[in-house]
Design a protein around this ligand. Structure first.
Ligand code: ATP
Length: 283
């Protein structure tokens, strides 16, 4: 069980707090907690759309399939955003991808001001590109800087949780394939970086959800943004399916249900809804 977040939060997050509260939502920032997702899931029924719970010290974060999420205290952001919106089943299925694309834009924006790394839909050197590995790992130069986990609350709202490596130094990165904003060249302390990333992420998520609710061409811009942010498309990938089957294939796109489409070695194309992807260029 995680410790419930204290509503009397002491961390500053000035930009994020102002953005969330001016939209009539609740902003909570405990010094430490077990899991921001668990806390926001527990509080969801009482909080409005767009509410946020964030900390720089998460002690028991989890990834997909209950995988461990490593979060060195004071060097990582853990943040969860509550999405309560009138979305159809298909658009709800896009939310995890939308979250990855929103975080990619947020991180790219922060790095544009604070470092040499580039977030662009045009040509960028591989080692500086901020892109999403399907479905929603955000990578800088092929290294993971952010993991995302979306969970459905009891009232049907969705908690979009993100863990971002802020100032972890190169010699203490949690895995051989991870990175942090600082390692990518961003300057600033963890609190500044966290606040900038979170305020940009919150805005991007809420704008994308509003467009999905509007539907039609507005929703299509969100899906195109997800596709252009996805660095998996066009890559030779290793794909491991939940049943343990492993295959190598070309990733060719994201279909209208948010599945990654792959062309296997026999030339057969199909959509995959759930699986672990490795970009073989970076393996
Ligand atoms: P992947 O595709 O990287 O295996 P995933 O989407 O299945 O990730 P997530 O839920 O995003 O999984 O995150 C869990 C995985 O991320 C862990 O299995 C571990 O490999 C990796 N990981 C754990 N902590 C960190 C971190 N702070 N930074 C980068 N990677 C991490």
């Amino acid at each position: 069980m995680s410790t419930p977040a204290s509503p009397s939060s002491s961390l500053p997050f000035p930009r994020s707090r102002a953005a969330v509260e001016s939209a009539g939502a609740v902003f909570t920032a405990p010094e430490t907690t077990g899991s921001t997702n668990a806390d926001l899931l527990a509080a969801a029924v009482d909080q409005p759309h767009g509410s946020v719970l964030a900390t720089l010290h998460q002690t028991a974060g989890r990834g997909r399939l209950d995988r461990t999420w490593s979060a060195p205290a004071g060097e990582t952001l853990a943040a969860s955003v509550l999405v309560r919106a009138d979305l159809g089943e298909r658009d709800r299925g896009w939310l995890p991808l939308v979250a990855g694309s929103a975080m990619r834009d947020a991180i790219g924006r922060v790095l544009a001001f604070r470092g040499p790394t580039v977030c662009s839909d045009g040509p960028v050197p591989d080692d500086r590109a901020v892109l999403v590995k399907w479905p929603n790992d955000v990578q800088i130069g092929g290294r993971k800087v952010c993991g995302i986990l979306c969970q459905v609350a009891a009232d049907g709202s969705v908690v979009v949780g993100a863990g971002v490596n802020l100032t972890i130094p190169a010699d203490r990165l949690p895995t051989p394939t991870s990175t942090s904003l600082a390692v990518a060249g961003a300057h600033g302390d963890a609190a500044e970086l966290a606040d900038e990333v979170l305020s940009a992420f919150h805005r991007a998520v809420l704008e994308a959800v509003a467009r999905l609710v509007t539907g039609g061409a507005a929703a299509e811009t969100v899906r195109s943004r997800v596709r252009s942010a996805c660095g998996t498309i066009g890559q030779h990938v290793r794909l491991e399916l939940p049943d343990g089957t492993v295959d190598e294939a070309e990733a060719t796109g994201i279909d209208d249900d948010g599945r990654i489409t792959i062309r296997d070695r026999q030339g057969v194309t199909r959509g995959v809804a759930v699986g672990d992807i490795t970009h073989l260029r970076y393996a």
